[in-house]
Design a protein around this ligand. Structure first.
Ligand code: SAJ
Length: 462
């Protein structure tokens, strides 16, 4: 039995008692995976007083962490927390997991869950982590899955592996719960301390211990749900809700472009209604989450004989948007009396969303590749990749270097730096009568035309 399990107040675990145990350094946590979710999680738990060991298969990440160094410089406040808790000896990192797991009260799984080329969920990292944990799991410990997984994966895949590897039984020998991460990459620490967490354990006691621990560490409400698969369904539902609504916004955009209506004007006006949640059209949906998460539910649906058509269609619509940006680029260049072939195109922003140094499944990659196939020369400027090579391109060190003598400018990511673009400066740098394609609703169409650009925008009438 762990300290947390003794910190009760009648039937429920007592947050205050757990917080005291944390401050006394009497709670041991092992975090598997020190990526964009695992490292902040390890840092915040350590900062709350827990004795945390982070485990990662990448030696460099382990070395960096033990040196108090954090590469996720686009996560506000994270480098400072990592430096602090490492210097205080509250966070250590290792590539060798067994000792950390055998001593841990709670083992958190924060490994990636992408989909493969066939859009099949790839849970290999979760399975590997489960085997590793099972081999060293101590009786009474609790395993918490933060990685985003399909509903049922915890119960039907992770639980049996833990039981076989550990020789213990779930419930009596160890606890298992899902507490899916809900952090917005780029704002992870703020989110961790403000967004309630969803916890579903295999049994009520486990749900209670985990919920109380997260409440004590993060100071947010923990919403307790029936079981792990319900918790995982909550996470997928909120992400697919977003993906489907973005697809709807993209569908409106494609239609309104054709009938001369500004879809951004429409969405902003709709947003004045209490129950309208605005989502915006653009170059498509990128990142490690939304483009993949749908397939966890689609594959469960196929298995259960119920195909989620809307979710699947939404993926298709969002995945077609990069090609639409290419069409708009070709149109705008034609209006400027040029063709894609032989044109010099400045792409501003390649990250999958604003103010983040991450190109995972970025829709701009396909835009760039298609334009290159069509014979264009691409000049890239992304403030997150100044002077760095990324996706086969060399990020220019300044916007000016990328835009100078360009035939066309494509706005790919709405980084803050592009929010107040000086269009007269851009038009002076670019070739006369250059095209400008706004794939992220960054500039005013009217202003772009006033500065002589052949303008196209996603969801904007030409
Ligand atoms: N996007 C649009 N239109 C919009 C909003 C976003 O085209 O109106 C695009 C973005 O440009 C980006 C993609 O969608 O390419 C994803 O953007 P995002 O803001 O959803 O960012 P993620 O994927 O980094 O984070 C999402 C968040 N999920 C929800 O808001 C429901 C975050 O809270 C999750 O924790 C994260 O997925 C995750 O880890 O699952």
């Amino acid at each position: 039995m762990t300290n947390v399990q003794t910190a009760t107040n009648g039937a429920r675990t007592d947050v205050k008692k757990v917080a005291t145990l944390l401050r006394q350094g009497k709670v041991r946590i092992a975090v598997l995976g020190l990526g964009r979710i695992g490292l902040p999680t390890a840092g915040v738990f350590a900062d709350a007083g827990a004795k945390v060991t982070g485990v990662d298969i990448v030696e460099e990440i382990v070395r960096d962490t033990n040196a108090g160094h954090c590469r996720l410089t686009d996560e506000l406040g994270l480098p400072e927390i990592v430096k602090k808790v490492v210097s205080e000896g509250k966070l250590k990192a290792t590539v060798e997991p067994s000792e950390a797991i055998s001593k841990a009260d709670f083992v958190l799984i924060c490994v990636p869950t992408p989909v493969d080329q066939t859009k099949t969920p790839d849970y290999s990292a979760v399975l590997k982590a489960s085997r590793t944990i099972g081999k060293s799991l101590r009786k009474g410990s609790i395993v918490v899955i933060e990685s985003t997984i399909g509903p049922g994966v915890a119960e039907e895949i992770v639980k049996p592996i833990l039981e076989v590897e550990s020789g213990l039984e779930a419930g009596s020998g160890f606890g298992l719960a899902s507490c899916p991460e809900r952090s917005d990459p780029g704002n992870i620490l703020v989110n961790m301390k403000s967004v309630p967490r969803i916890i579903g354990g295999l049994d009520e006691a486990t749900t209670d211990y985990v919920a109380t621990l997260y409440e004590a560490v993060l100071g947010v409400k923990a919403i307790r749900v029936s079981n792990p698969k319900t918790a995982n369904a909550v996470k997928l539902t909120e992400n697919l809700f977003r993906d489907v609504n973005i697809a709807l916004a993209n569908e409106f955009a494609l239609l309104f472009e054709k009938i001369g209506i500004d879809s951004i004007e429409v969405i902003n006006a709709c947003a004045s209604k209490y129950n309208f949640m605005p989502h915006y059209p653009g170059a498509g949906v990128g990142g490690p989450c939304l483009p993949s998460n749908s397939y966890y539910l689609i594959s469960e649906g196929v298995r259960a004989g119920n195909i989620p058509y809307l979710i699947r269609m939404a993926r298709e619509i969002n995945d077609r948007m990069p090609d639409h940006v290419v069409e708009l680029t070709s149109e705008a260049l034609n209006e400027a009396g040029k063709t894609v072939r032989g044109s010099r195109i400045a792409v501003l922003g390649i990250a999958y969303k604003p103010n983040i140094k991450d190109v995972q499944l970025t829709p701009i990659r396909r835009v760039v590749e298609r334009l290159q196939e069509m014979g264009a020369t691409i000049e890239l400027y992304d403030p997150m990749y100044k002077g760095e090579d990324i996706l086969g391109l060399h990020g220019r060190s300044s916007l000016e270097k990328a835009v100078r003598k360009a035939d066309c400018i494509v706005l790919g990511t709405a980084h803050s730096e592009f929010r107040n673009l000086d269009l007269s400066h851009l038009s002076a740098l670019a070739n006369k009568g250059a095209a400008l394609v706004d794939a992220r609703n960054i500039v005013s169409p009217k202003e772009a035309k006033q500065h002589g650009f052949a303008y196209r925008g996603v969801g904007r009438p030409p």
